[in-house]
Design a binder for this molecule. Structure first.
Ligand code: CP
Ligand code: NVA
Length: 305
């Protein structure tokens, strides 16, 4: 059975097929609606952390495809606390046809998948955010008409969003640049994995410390919060460490005029990004958020058909 935990598990062709399907599903939806291909199917949504986009877009995606979603928040299941992950997986597999989980430790979603009899989707773990990256690729493709050969510069924390974006960039033949302060880059192993895929697909990976250097030839400038969910206690240390990594007007002036700005949201305006840039003409942030809906429909169908 196929799960959707980490883009590193996929062949590039499978991910290209998901994006093609997302484009068709979006077009269909805009012209009147999607066929009810998931009629009678139920998605179980397990959340250990808060969410706006992931929770609502998966729920609405199931509704548009004729199915239903059940929300199971942190206080309802107590994943791994009230009940073991293995038991939750086996019980939920008896009621639902697919599970999406947002967890702290990546190992928790791996464990869920190990015991589940239905496909499991990673709706964000501390290591990966693969659904976000697919919506981002869809957005980049819509804007530029292609992804291969583009230069995507991630400025900030080498976290879950950066990891999945880097992997997606490699699968789609884009060049990925990361600019992070010392101690906050992506793990070496993750960078090597991205570089390996990039080598086969015509892309590349670069790591800088200087954000101005990283955006000099960028087509896409991407950032994410400096303080991810679960890191709240480190907020002041992190905000200090990321000083100089803000995506603001000065950084945009160092980039080509045609560069676009992306952020997975929620944005902490005034920290990793300024209002003028987030709301400026080069920003794609709300198109990205909307595209979570369309990309997720394609992921659900890929796993369930
Ligand atoms: N980008 C994203 O995953 O948003 P949520 O945390 O609101 O789901
Ligand atoms: N890096 C952020 C992404 C939120 C969607 C976090 O993990 O909190």
């Amino acid at each position: 059975m196929r799960h959707f935990l980490d883009l590193a598990d996929f062949a590039s062709e499978d991910l290209h097929a998901i994006i093609d399907s997302a484009i068709t599903l979006k077009d269909e939806w805009c012209k009147g609606g999607n066929p009810p291909l998931l009629r009678g199917k139920v998605l179980g949504m397990v959340f250990q952390k808060p969410s706006l986009r992931t929770r609502v877009s998966f729920d609405v995606a199931m509704q548009h495809l004729g199915g239903h979603a059940i929300m199971l928040g942190p206080d309802e299941i107590g994943l791994g606390k009230r009940e073991s992950i293995a038991d939750v997986a086996r019980v939920l597999s008896g009621y639902t046809q697919i599970i999406m989980a947002r967890v702290f430790a990546h190992q928790h979603v791996v464990e869920l998948a190990r015991w589940s009899r239905v496909p499991v989707i990673n709706g964000l773990s501390d290591a990966q955010h693969p659904c976000q990256a697919m919506a981002d690729i869809l957005t980049i493709r819509e804007h530029f008409g292609h992804v291969a050969g583009l230069r995507i510069a991630f400025i900030g924390d080498g976290n879950n969003v950066a990891a999945s974006l880097g992997q997606a960039a490699a699968h789609f033949g884009a060049h990925f640049t990361l600019a992070s302060p010392a101690g906050y880059a992506l793990p070496e192993e993750t960078l090597e994995g991205i570089a390996e895929v990039a080598r086969h697909r015509g892309g590349s990976v670069r790591v800088f410390h200087n954000p101005l250097e990283a955006v000099r030839d960028a087509d896409v400038i991407y950032t994410d919060t400096w303080v991810s969910m679960g890191q709240e206690a480190e907020a002041s240390v992190r905000r200090e460490a990321f000083h100089g990594y803000q995506v603001n007007g000065d950084l945009m002036r160092a980039a080509p005029n045609h560069a676009v700005v992306m952020h997975d949201l929620p944005a902490y305006r005034g920290f990793e990004i300024t209002d003028d840039v987030a709301d400026g003409e080069q920003s794609l942030i709300f198109q990205q958020a909307e595209n979570r809906l369309h990309a997720q429909k394609a992921i659900l169908l890929q796993l369930m058909q």
